[in-house]
Ligand binder design. Structure first.
Ligand code: FAD
Length: 395
């Protein structure tokens, strides 16, 4: 990677006009006789190659080569609240164990809190080699400043190759801060992770609105940081514990913080479609909200949760927590029935690992048919009443 250097001494109004015309991303900003380039720049280098000569230069940044041998271990950050671990941690441990088979690295976990011994023991049951525990009354609740200091301490002492975080609200605020402090990369919301034998993590996630799956590498920086959402990976199998719990001394870690938790309140627990075993997913084929009454017998008979595509959230028909997909929830139920859904990549990414997929759609080229175990080509307004009748007979 490099950057564009602007030779300010050669800038005048005419040159600025020329550069602004050339730049397809409108990235030049001219203020107080100083020309700068903002974040819209895509380093296409048109200004360098086609702009007035000698004004813009592309400067290649020197590559930093790191000694990869010095970085060892795939670490999973175990998020906890009220001394209960978020289950995404067990899934990340499952993934870390499969990656570690390739690189022959140890799998570690780190847990921060006030009284987190039972979480550390549970992590051992999931087969980690070491659990690093940072315990202090001050760490009772998540505090992004204090917790980041801990991760910096952990990195300094352990030099991990990889740190995995859950793509939860906490992980999404924590991991970027850690990455920035460690001056390393972070790939958020990975949908798949793989690894090269040299320890380079291959981080896969949708990009450009889900139109491509980007493979992201961080070959010149360590540790490599990634987040993955709940239900993306399978939880690790439990095994006879063989690992150790290491209590970390936090006395030398800065406890200065400008964040003060005044109060916290548990939100009333709502059923989350991520945990549902049976889902009826509805799409834009439903012409009116009232038509959703059609699926009520299905929901009752199958004891299912209802979920939907994004347009139905935008219509205000459902609570946003019921949206499946890249900008919604990832689900992995035992059974999902898709009714009148086109199967846009953004939707499929959120449900493709469901155990049994049934799809009803009137378009035989529907993309969901190719990943479905059972497909019904037909009009939902005819098929659903038939399904209801059938279920009434057998259940
Ligand atoms: C950045 C970004 C993120 C996004 N994130 C998400 C996301 O997380 N989740 C999500 O769902 N979408 C997401 N989208 C939107 C996504 O691209 C699609 O537009 C959306 O999923 C389409 O919803 P749909 O299938 O309900 O509607 P449509 O695309 O309109 O499909 C309706 C389907 O119903 C069928 N149909 C119509 N009438 C009948 C009938 N009577 N009987 C049977 N079948 C019928 C049609 O053939 C069609 O297949 C995102 C888009 C962007 C750009």
């Amino acid at each position: 990677m490099g950057y564009i250097k602007i030779n300010q001494d050669k800038i005048n109004d005419k040159i600025v006009e020329q550069l602004k015309k050339i730049c397809p991303f409108d990235a030049f900003v001219y203020q107080d006789a100083y020309l700068s380039i903002n974040a819209a720049c895509k380093l296409c280098k048109l200004c360098v190659n086609k702009g007035p000569s000698g004004i813009c230069e592309y400067i290649e940044e020197e590559k930093t080569f790191i000694d990869k041998e010095k970085y060892q271990g795939i670490t999973v950050y175990i998020e906890q609240r009220e001394n209960k671990a978020h289950p995404v941690a067990w899934e990340l441990i499952g993934k870390a164990k499969s990656l570690a088979k390739v690189t022959k690295e140890p799998v570690y976990a780190i847990v921060i809190g006030e009284a987190v011994d039972s979480i550390a023991n549970k992590a051992l049951e999931y087969g980690v080699d070491k659990v690093f525990v940072y315990q202090d009354d001050l760490y009772k609740d998540f505090n992004v400043e204090l917790y980041t200091n801990i991760l910096i301490d952990y990195k300094t002492r352990m030099n991990p190759n990889i740190i995995l975080f859950g793509g939860t609200p906490e992980g999404r605020s924590f991991a970027p801060r850690v990455a920035a402090r460690l001056k390393t990369g972070l790939t958020a919301d990975c949908t798949s992770l793989d690894i090269k034998p040299n320890g380079d993590l291959i981080q896969v996630r949708p990009a450009f609105g889900g139109n491509i799956m980007a493979k992201i590498h961080t070959p010149n920086h360590r540790p490599q940081l990634a987040t993955a959402r709940y239900k993306i990976f399978n939880a690790s199998n439990k095994e006879k514990p063989h690992g150790k719990i290491i209590k970390m001394d936090s006395s030398g870690i800065s406890k200065d913080t400008s964040i003060k938790l005044l109060s916290s309140e548990n939100k009333p627990k709502v059923k989350d479609i991520s945990d549902a075993e049976i889902i009826i997913a509805v799409g834009r084929a439903f012409k009116k909200k009232k038509d959703l009454e059609l699926i009520e017998p299905l929901i009752k008979k199958l004891n299912a949760e209802v979920a939907c595509t994004r347009p139905l959230i935008e219509n205000g028909w459902f609570d946003p927590r019921r949206q499946i997909g890249l900008s919604g929830r990832t689900v992995k139920p035992k059974l999902i029935i898709n009714l009148g859904i086109s199967g846009a990549v953004q939707f499929i990414e959120g449900m493709k690992d469901s155990e049994i997929i049934i799809t009803v759609n009137n378009d035989i080229s529907n993309k969901l048919f190719s990943i479905s175990h059972y497909s019904i080509a037909g009009d939902i307004y005819e098929v659903i009443p038939e399904l209801n009748k059938l279920l009434a007979k057998i259940i």
